[in-house]
Design a protein around this ligand. Structure first.
Ligand SMILES: Nc1ncnc2c1ncn2[C@@H]1O[C@H](COP(=O)(O)OP(=O)(O)OP(=O)(O)O)[C@@H](O)[C@H]1O
Ligand SMILES: [Mg+2]
Length: 255
């Protein structure tokens, strides 16, 4: 059953969430709220998916949690610590990584230089982090000297995720990782995301590709007009007639 409450999954009763966003009110300009009381909980090791129509506030929620959109009410906590409105570089130092929806690589730099940029706050860890990222994405090592701008969309997405992973985040925010990719590249990116999650990194992922997103997510949130519309396990949401009617079937109907 789906609802808008944020209770712990039955299998993880007393666990402290790694990240909590509570009743966020946020927007880009004063007095125009885009988030109207959004909440989200991420438990250790989870992959949480956010879906919803265009303009629902999905990217805004991620940006608000990453200090890029000002939160006027509500709170974000990372392992109990208040991180509301901290800046991106502070959040990165605290173990939060973010891969934006657009412009998420430096096209004129090589793959290796892109990864170096990801580690500018802690360059001494280069060897160890590069080994970790190259293990996940061998392509990034094999083609280290190639300019990132010359890569395909799927390969650029690997660079963007690799760069965010250089700082050894415990939480990763991904905004539309499959956007603009061919179906084969989308499958590959989703496989990589599952691998990153298997490596112990808790993930919040926004996706336009709602069905695949819910299939690989432990839990999902449907946002609509800056509010939580439905919350549940990925499977619950995929099978919820209301969610199917309102959010999963809409694309087919609109065509
Ligand atoms: N930089 C901005 N300045 C002002 N308003 C913005 C800005 N970015 C987004 N908005 C507005 O905020 C609302 C939510 O946008 P947001 O990008 O969060 O939606 P989304 O759910 O991510 O949509 P999409 O599926 O298209 O990516 C929209 O009405 C949008 O016009
Ligand atoms: Mg968006």
């Amino acid at each position: 059953m789906s609802d808008t409450t944020d209770t712990a999954p039955a299998s993880r009763p007393a666990e402290e969430p790694v990240l909590i966003a509570e009743n966020l009110i946020a927007g880009y300009v004063p007095d125009v709220n885009i988030l109207n009381g959004c909440s989200l909980t991420l438990y250790d090791g989870e992959l949480v998916g956010i879906i919803g129509p265009n303009g629902a506030g999905k990217s805004t929620l991620i940006k608000a949690m990453f200090g890029l959109v000002s939160i006027s009410e509500g709170q974000v906590r990372l392992r109990g610590k208040d991180i509301t409105n901290l800046e991106g570089h502070e959040l990165v130092s605290l173990g939060v990584g973010y891969v934006p929806q657009v412009r998420n690589i430096f096209p004129s730099l090589t793959i290796e230089e892109n990864l170096e940029m990801g580690l500018y706050l802690r360059p001494s860890r280069w060897k160890e982090r590069y080994a970790f990222v190259a293990d996940l994405f061998p392509l990034l090592k094999d083609r280290a000297k190639q300019r990132a701008g010359s890569l395909s969309g799927g390969e650029r997405q690997m660079v963007a995720m690799g760069r965010a992973l250089m700082m050894d985040p415990e939480v990763l925010f991904l905004d539309e990782p499959s956007a603009g990719l061919s179906p084969a590249n989308q499958d590959e990116v989703f496989r990589r995301i599952a691998e990153i999650n298997d490596a112990g990194i808790s993930i919040v992922m926004v996706e336009q590709n709602a069905r695949i997103c819910l299939q690989i997510s432990d839990r999902g949130y449907v946002l609509d007009q800056g509010r939580n519309a439905y919350t549940g396990t990925g499977e619950d949401l995929l099978n919820d007639p209301k969610v199917i009617e309102l959010y999963l079937g809409t694309l087919a109907k609109a065509m």
